[in-house]
Design a protein around this ligand. Structure first.
Ligand SMILES: NC(=O)c1ccc[n+]([C@@H]2O[C@H](COP(=O)([O-])OP(=O)(O)OC[C@H]3O[C@@H](n4cnc5c(N)ncnc54)[C@H](OP(=O)(O)O)[C@@H]3O)[C@@H](O)[C@H]2O)c1
Length: 389
């Protein structure tokens, strides 16, 4: 029986994680949950899973939640304090980090310092300072296990090989990794993307996810983020990463080893599988998703991404190449631009312009920045992106 804390339990990943837990009541106990402001759903989750602690991030929502949900559950401080208290709690075995955006930075650091296993969906902190988080995990005996389907697929292909240096040791044993991308809502869109609406961008062909990641899929920024995430997780260089458009989302990614042999991980597009694996690792326990019917799946197609039409992907690779604090600038500017697009204040095609403009105004240093320096750059980039809006 593992004790699980879910930070961001009311989101798409959080809800799927609770479905997995529902199907495996003898394997997992929910000890803590958190939300930003969706108190109605959080109240239902608390009633069903009876966690010892809850944290509501937003102050007014926290007050409202405290007034209507009482009993055995302990209410933690709103804001990042409550999230960090959960991340460091003694009784937690696995922290599922399913927050969205840079807000997961401090909880991830806290969980690693407390030596926890972190099942990581919240990729943005890994984009901002992935190498530093991996070093911190080594230092304190913490562990990051990927939940995102593509990094999880690579992890599953790689882990059969025991290598020195933990996850970051895999880079030396790999010729390349094949990072698959669904292509998002507009891969087949004809004509200009300048006037596409948020509603159209949120209509993802295969995955049902939160709004931020769905827009990042439509711009292909999500694939850029994943490139940076896997470079940090597995010690890969940019040259070792090949991005391939695979519309069916059946092959979740693949690894080509030094001898030319390729292992791929496949399955139906359902996040419950990688979520379950990060929580049961290193065991494989029971099926929580439908089996893949190869005949029904039919053709599997692969194509090169169009960098001209999707400039966010090119910007992300530029940031990956620059390294240092540039990925943090990329992430911050993207968060600002995506929020503005969703609010109807920015054209889809201007998302890339805001990010490019912010990146152009930043000079990354030569050495690996500290966490404090990354957070400073993050604030600077958000301000700069807002000015450019
Ligand atoms: N969804 C997927 O299938 C998928 C796949 C791969 C990777 N990921 C990654 O997983 C992460 C979560 O994605 P998602 O799709 O589950 O997002 P989501 O549906 O938007 O859920 C985000 C969760 O975080 C909470 N939250 C949002 N802003 C917060 C803040 N400022 N402070 C505290 N809590 C906050 C939300 O609470 P409220 O509900 O109260 O707003 C919700 O519980 C992202 O980094 C994404 O890139 C997602």
């Amino acid at each position: 029986m593992k004790n699980v804390a879910i930070l961001g339990s009311t989101g798409s990943i959080g809800v799927n994680a609770l479905k997995v837990i529902d199907q495996m009541p003898d394997d997992f106990r929910v000890v803590a949950l958190s939300a930003n402001s969706n108190v109605d759903l959080l109240a239902k989750q608390v009633k069903r899973h009876k966690p010892a602690r809850v944290a509501v991030f937003e102050h007014d929502a926290a007050k409202q939640f405290k007034a209507c949900v009482n009993g055995a559950v302990r209410h933690l401080e709103p804001g990042v304090e409550g999230l960090c208290e959960i991340a460091a709690s003694k009784d937690v075995d696995v922290v599922l980090l399913s927050l969205v955006g840079g807000v997961g930075f401090a909880p991830l650091l806290t969980a690693l310092k407390a030596g926890k296993i972190v099942a990581l969906a919240n990729k943005e902190p890994m984009v901002m300072a992935g190498e530093q988080f991996m070093l911190e995990a080594d230092r304190w005996g913490g562990q990051i296990l990927p939940v995102d389907s593509e990094p999880s697929a690579m992890f599953q292909c790689l882990e059969s090989r025991k290598v020195k240096g933990g996850l970051r040791g895999y880079g030396k044993h790999v010729r390349r990794v094949i990072l698959t991308a669904s292509g998002g809502a507009f891969y087949k869109h004809k004509g200009s993307l300048a006037s596409v609406t948020p509603a159209a961008a949120l209509d993802h062909p295969t995955w049902k996810m939160g709004k931020k990641i769905t827009i990042d899929c439509a711009t292909l920024m999500n694939k850029g983020f994943e490139t940076i995430e896997i470079m940090n997780l597995f010690g890969l260089t940019l040259k070792q990463v090949e991005i391939v458009i695979h519309r069916q989302s059946i092959m979740h990614s693949a690894v080509e080893f030094n001898d030319g042999s390729i292992l791929a991980q496949m399955g139906v597009p359902d996040m419950k599988l990688p979520i379950q694996y990060a929580m049961t690792w290193p065991d494989r326990v029971c099926p929580v998703v439908e089996p893949l019917d190869f005949v029904k799946a039919g053709e599997l197609t692969f194509a090169a991404p169009d960098f001209r039409r999707f400039p966010c992907l090119a910007l992300a690779l530029e940031a990956a190449k620059a390294g240092s604090s540039m990925p943090a600038v990329l992430n911050a500017a993207d968060e600002v631009a995506v929020e503005a697009f969703l609010a109807g204040r920015l054209k889809f095609t201007d998302i890339a312009r805001v990010i490019e403009g912010t990146m152009k105004r930043h000079r990354p240093g030569a050495r690996l920045p500290s966490f404090a320096e990354i957070l400073e750059v993050d604030q600077w980039a958000r301000q700069k992106a807002l000015e450019l809006l």
